[in-house]
Design a protein. Sequence first.
Length: 306
Amino acid sequence: MLQARLGIWDAVFCTGLRILAPTTYIFFASALPVIAFGAQLSKEKDGSLSTVETLASTAICGIIHSIFGGQPLLILRVTEPTFIMYSYLYSFAKGRHDLGKELFLAWAGWVCVWTAFLLFILAIFNACTIINKFTRIAGELFGMLIAVLFIQQAIKGIVSEFEAPDAENSNAEKYKFLLFYLNGLLGVIFTFGLLFTALKSRGARSWRYGTGWFRSLIADNGVPLMVVTWSAMSFVVPGKVPSGVPRRLVSPLPWEPASLGHWTVMKDMAKVPPVHIFAAFLPAIMIAGLYFFDQCCFIIGTTEGV
């Protein structure tokens, strides 16, 4: 089996520049939602989780799955239902005196352990055979739910650009009304500018101007190119504007003190009371069911399109 996979990998990775377009697409398709939801987790979980953890976990899981799963082109990312589940977990842990914010990650670790156990059980008993019980409309409805949740968070993110972060001093110069308005307006321009130009670049092959190879280059690499271009444009602001406008993501490095405590969660898992260890099985059932249904709906969409 491994030799067969190696043959496939040779055919995929030895195609020269043709692999550049799907590589950049998969990179941005995996990284951008992770960064966005990492920032959202950091804001709503009081810094218990941040972009550092979401990026690191996505990278580690992607490397492991690409090597042992034989799927180097797999897209891994945080989704909105996962974020909602972590919101419920944080609210539950924060409201318990024997857990609190300090043991939230440790208790969430037990939830993940139970989830992994349930997924192993589903794989051992080949539970995917019930996929024929799902219809195409189930997959479309689930996909619509994910899309609506993404759009909802995008709107909330744009609105939040007109507000001061809860953790910062709202009396600072960069949080004056005019700068609030400027920061929010820049956020709207960058958001819809990126969306419009990315969508237009996808149809570059039908343009009436430019050579064929140039139109193909834009159509294949236009989306990541627009992400880089609009990100660079955000730095082109007058020198008199405070450094906090437009607002940027602040993410500590993995080896900085703000992040070091998150790498020793396994030690804290032993501090979780036994009753909460077994109680973690309940949210694990919901998360495992969510992942199972998500994959079943994805398989339905891909097999019916073949």
